[in-house]
Design a protein around this ligand. Structure first.
Ligand SMILES: [Zn+2]
Length: 142
């Protein structure tokens, strides 16, 4: 798969628009200590364009699990729905945090399908969030 060149100025605008956090799991770049990936919301493998309106930030884990997927099954309704679009959809309308801040809860078919497809609640991720909560770094406040 060829990867299109994305100018640095566009990467910087995308990162700022995403508030330097993963559009799916909300992991903050300042916590992980590496630049989050500028990812294609509709993957290049699915003919997604390398234009700013199809780009957002994702952590390496979400980007890995998302791969070339565009849709996934909602585990409750068993219907195939589009994955969450962090540019066009509002995170709190589709997800919320567990009371202790360690787990992402899908509120809608899109939220639940994305949660499963991107494995947003692996034990490793939840353990890291528990540590971030303990020092006041998580969840993001806005
Ligand atoms: Zn993520």
């Amino acid at each position: 798969m060829s990867r299109a060149y994305i100018p640095e100025a566009i990467k910087q605008r995308v990162a700022a628009a995403a508030r330097y956090r993963c559009g799916y799991c909300q992991t903050q770049q300042a916590i992980v200590g590496y630049p989050l990936h500028v990812e294609h919301i509709i993957p290049e493998a699915a003919e997604g364009a390398s234009t700013e309106d199809n780009l957002w930030l994702a952590c390496s884990v979400c980007n890995y699990y998302k791969g070339a997927q565009t849709h996934a099954l909602d585990p409750i309704t068993q219907t195939s729905v589009p994955l969450f679009n962090p540019r066009n959809q509002i995170w709190p309308e589709h997800f919320t945090w567990s009371d202790d801040g360690s787990q992402i809860i899908g509120l809608t078919p899109v939220g639940r399908a994305t949660m499963e497809a991107l494995q947003l609640n692996t034990p490793f991720r939840m353990h890291a969030r528990q540590r971030w909560v303990s020092v006041g770094w998580h969840p993001p406040r806005d």
